[in-house]
Design a protein. Structure first.
Length: 590
C-alpha cells in the first residue's frame, strides 16, 4: 500500500463522514421538528418508547442525535428520566440500520436486478436526482430531499473509495498482525471506544470497520470486541451535551452510558466464557460488511431485551451516581420553568427549536396580558399586593425577552428554510411588542398609585368613558393573544379595525377632557392622569396591531408593513369597513 493509496483512503473517509453529515442534515430539515415532537408526546409505555426511539433514530441515522435530543427534553422538564430510558435503548437499536445500508456495498452478483441493489449502481442515479432538485427546485422541502439524495450518494462513494483503498492491505502481513492484536477482547474494545469517541458517531466507526472487511483480514474474533467498544464510545456525545445542564440531564447521559456499559460487560462475560468451553469456529473466519451488521444488530437488540425490564434500576443507578439535593428540588421554580424549554441542544434541530420558541413566546404573551389586566383592575380597587404582582410579572416578561431574543438570534444563524427564517424574524418583532405592553402596564400602575396616594377620583362621566375605552382595550389584547397563540387569522384581521376604533376613541376622550377642564368639572391633576391612561391604552393597541399585522403578513405575498396596512384600510376593503363600523357601534361613548 503506497502513499497515494493512503491519500485515497483518507479522501474516502472524508467523503464518507461528509456524506453522513449531509444526509443527516437533510433528514432533520425535511422532518421540520416533527420527529422530535413525536418523541416529546411519548407515553410512559416502555415498549412504545423503545419502538419510537428505534424508529426516529433509523430515520435520522444517528443515535447520538436522538440521545442528545432526549437529554435536552429531560433538561427542559418536557420528559421525565424514566421515560428517557426506553428511547435511549431504542436509539441503540435504530442506529444499526446504518450498518445494514452500508452492507449493501458488499453485494456481488451477475444478476441484473440484484446488482441494482448495490449502492454503486443506484447512488449515481440518486446523486443526479439530488443535484437536479437542489439546482432547479424552488420548494424548500424538495431541496431538503435533494440534500438527502446527494448526502447518501457521497456517503456510499466514500465507502466504496475506502474499501478500494484498503484492499491492498490484505497483502501486508504486518496489517494482519495488528488486527490479531485486537482479537484480545480488552484491546479490541478499547480501540472501538477511542475510535467512536473521536468521531462521535458509532455509525461512522462501524462504516470504517465494514470498509476494512474488504481486506479479508478482519475476522469475527477481531470485529466483535471492537463493535462492543463502539457502543460505549458513542456515549461520549451525550455526556458532552450534559455538561452545564441540570442534574437530571446529566443522569440521562449516565443512563445511556450505563446501558451500553452493562450490556457490553454481560455480553463479553457470557460470550467469552462460552467460547472458552465451546471454541466457536467462526471466530477465526473472515467477516464481511453483512457479518458486522449482524453482530451490531444482535448485540443491541439482545441488550435491549435483557435490560428493558430493569430500566428502573438504571435510573436508580444514575441517581446513586448523582444524588438529588434539596436545592435541586427547589431550583426548578415557576419563574424559569417555561424558559427551560429553550435548551441549546434543540438548536441542532431548528424546526423543533422554533416550535419551542413559539411555545415560550405564547407564555410571554399571556404574562403581558395578565400584567395589563391586573394593572387596569388597580384603577378601581388599589391593593399594594397586586402592585407587586404586576411588577413581578413585568420583570418576568423582561427576562423572557432577553433569553428568548438571544435564543432566536442563535436559531437564526442555523440552516433554516425561508418560512422558518420568516417565523424567527416575526417572533423577534413580536416579543418586543409583548415587552412594551408589560411596560405600559407598569405605567398604568404608576397612575393608579398616584390617584390612590392623592385620594383622587375621576368624575362619573370620565369613569363611564374610560370604562368603554378599557373594554375596547381588553378585547383588542384578547384578540391579539388568541390570534398569536392559535395562529387564528380571522381574529388577527379583526385587530386592525378595532385599533382604528380605539384611535377614534382616544381623540374623542381627549377632546371631552379639554371641555371638562374649561368648564371646571375636572382638575389639572386628574386631567394629566386621564391623559396618561389614554396614551398608554392607545400605544398598547398599536403594539397589538403590530403583532396582528406580522401574523397576517405570514399569509400574504410579502407586503411591507406600511403597504399592507394601507391596502387593508382602503375604503374599498369591505371586510375592514364592516368590522370597523361594528366596533364603532359597540364602543360608542356615552
Amino acid at each position: 500500500m503506497d502513499f497515494f493509496s493512503i491519500l485515497t483512503m483518507f479522501g474516502g473517509l472524508a467523503l464518507f463522514l461528509y456524506g453522513m453529515e449531509t444526509m443527516g442534515s437533510g433528514l432533520s430539515r425535511l422532518s421540520g421538528g416533527k420527529l422530535e415532537r413525536i418523541l416529546e408526546k411519548l407515553t410512559d409505555n416502555p415498549i412504545k418508547a423503545v419502538l419510537l426511539g428505534a424508529g426516529v433514530t433509523a430515520v435520522i441515522q444517528s443515535s447520538s442525535a436522538t440521545t442528545v435530543m432526549v437529554v435536552g427534553f429531560v433538561n427542559s422538564g418536557i420528559m421525565k428520566l424514566g421515560q428517557a430510558v426506553g428511547i435511549i435503548m431504542g436509539a441503540n437499536v435504530g442506529t444499526t440500520i446504518t450498518s445494514w445500508i452500508l452492507s449493501l456495498s458488499g453485494i456481488d452478483s451477475s444478476n441484473f436486478f440484484i446488482r441494482l441493489l448495490k449502492p454503486s449502481s443506484f447512488s449515481p442515479v440518486l446523486a443526479m436526482m439530488g443535484v437536479c432538485l437542489l439546482l432547479f427546485s424552488k420548494k424548500e422541502k424538495k431541496k431538503d430531499l435533494g440534500l438527502i439524495f446527494v448526502g447518501f450518494a457521497i456517503l456510499m462513494t466514500g465507502m466504496d473509495t475506502m474499501s478500494g483503498a484498503v484492499k491492498p492491505l490484505a497483502e501486508i502481513p504486518e496489517f494482519a498482525n495488528i488486527l490479531t492484536m485486537f482479537s484480545n477482547p480488552l484491546l479490541g474494545m478499547l480501540c472501538g471506544v477511542l475510535l467512536t469517541a473521536v468521531l462521535q458517531s458509532s455509525s461512522a466507526s462501524i462504516g470504517i470497520l465494514q470498509a476494512l472487511c474488504a481486506t479479508g483480514a478482519v475476522t469475527f474474533g477481531t470485529a466483535l470486541p471492537i463493535i462492543m467498544g463502539q457502543n460505549i464510545g458513542t456515549c461520549i456525545t451525550a455526556i458532552l451535551s450534559g455538561i452545564g445542564a441540570h442534574k437530571n440531564a446529566k443522569r440521562t447521559a449516565l443512563v445511556h452510558l450505563y446501558f451500553n456499559l452493562i450490556g457490553t460487560i454481560i455480553f463479553m462475560v457470557v460470550f467469552y466464557t462460552l467460547h472458552v468451553f465451546l471454541q466457536f469456529a467462526f471466530m477465526e473466519q473472515p467477516t464481511g460488511a453483512v457479518g458486522i451488521a449482524v453482530v451490531h444488530s444482535a448485540f443491541n437488540i439482545a441488550a435491549t431485551i435483557v435490560l428493558l425490564p430493569f430500566s428502573k434500576l438504571l435510573v436508580t443507578l444514575a441517581y446513586l451516581t448523582i444524588p438529588e439535593t434539596i436545592e435541586e428540588r427547589e431550583e426548578f421554580d415557576e419563574k424559569t420553568q417555561d424558559l427551560e424549554l429553550l435548551d441549546i441542544r434543540f438548536l441542532e434541530t431548528p424546526g423543533y427549536a422554533l416550535k419551542q420558541s413559539k411555545t415560550v413566546a405564547v407564555q410571554m404573551a399571556l404574562l403581558s396580558q395578565k400584567a395589563l389586566l391586573k394593572a387596569m383592575a388597580l384603577l378601581e380597587n388599589y391593593e399594594e399586593k397586586q402592585v407587586k404582582k404586576v411588577l413581578r410579572l413585568e420583570e418576568r416578561v423582561d427576562q423572557y425577552e432577553d433569553e428568548l431574543g438571544s435564543y432566536l438570534v442563535k436559531l437564526g444563524s442555523k440552516k433554516l428554510s425561508e418560512q422558518e427564517s420568516y417565523q424567527v424574524s416575526m417572533l423577534l418583532h413580536c416579543i418586543g411588542d409583548f415587552e412594551r405592553i408589560s411596560d405600559h402596564a407598569v405605567n398604568i400602575v404608576e397612575t393608579a398609585e398616584e390617584l390612590h396616594e392623592k385620594k383622587a377620583t375621576f368624575s362619573k362621566k370620565a369613569k363611564e368613558e374610560l370604562q368603554v375605552f378599557t373594554g375596547a382595550l381588553c378585547e383588542i389584547v384578547s384578540l391579539m393573544v388568541e390570534a398569536f397563540t392559535n395562529e387564528d387569522m380571522e381574529k388577527a384581521r379583526a385587530v386592525e379595525p378595532l385599533e382604528e376604533t380605539m384611535d377614534d376613541l382616544s381623540k374623542k376622550l381627549k377632546k371631552r377632557h379639554v371641555e371638562r377642564l374649561k368648564s371646571g368639572e375636572c382638575t389639572i391633576m386628574l386631567g394629566f392622569a386621564l391623559s396618561d391612561l389614554v396614551t398608554n391604552y392607545e400605544r398598547i393597541s398599536d403594539h397589538c396591531s403590530n403583532i396582528a399585522i406580522a401574523l397576517l403578513q405570514s399569509q400574504s405575498d410579502g407586503y411591507e408593513v406600511h403597504e399592507y396596512v394601507t391596502e387593508l384600510q382602503k375604503e374599498e376593503n369591505p371586510e375592514f369597513q364592516r368590522a370597523y363600523l361594528a366596533f364603532r357601534e359597540k364602543y360608542r361613548l356615552p
